[in-house]
Write a protein that binds this ligand. Structure first.
Ligand SMILES: [Zn+2]
Length: 121
């Protein structure tokens, strides 16, 4: 079965058309080649524009971002300063425990993974 592409006006096998459920025959009115070309063209045409607008946005908000982060960091620091100092020792202990636990889990997992790999080979 063949279908005419509405873009390049060529008769092509329906295999060359993407599916489109919104269409009556369930196929896109453009062939795959034209559809690809269209999105490629769109990308190339807008590549610079897209890049540029990202850059502009960043530039425009750079100082604002910096300031925001600075304030947030400071706020966090003051809020957690006392907690931080008193809990450092605690945290270390906790981390040690966690690392031990993690190593245990990890090595078990690794063994399992190795076993699977060996079975595959
Ligand atoms: Zn076409």
């Amino acid at each position: 079965m063949e279908k005419r592409c509405s873009k390049c006006k060529k008769l092509k096998n329906i295999n060359e058309f993407h599916k489109d459920n919104t269409k009556k025959d369930g196929l896109s009115c453009h062939c795959a080649y034209c559809a690809n070309k269209r999105s490629r063209d769109y990308y190339y045409k807008n590549k610079n524009k897209i890049k540029h607008s990202h850059k502009l946005y960043k530039e425009k908000n750079k100082d604002e971002y910096k300031e925001m982060h600075r304030i947030a960091d400071r706020k966090w620091y003051y809020k957690n300063r006392d907690k931080k100092i008193s809990s450092t020792k605690e945290l270390k202990e906790k981390n040690k425990k966690q690392q031990k636990e993690y190593r245990k889990i990890y090595s078990a997992k690794f063994r399992k993974y190795q076993k699977i790999n060996l079975e595959v080979m």
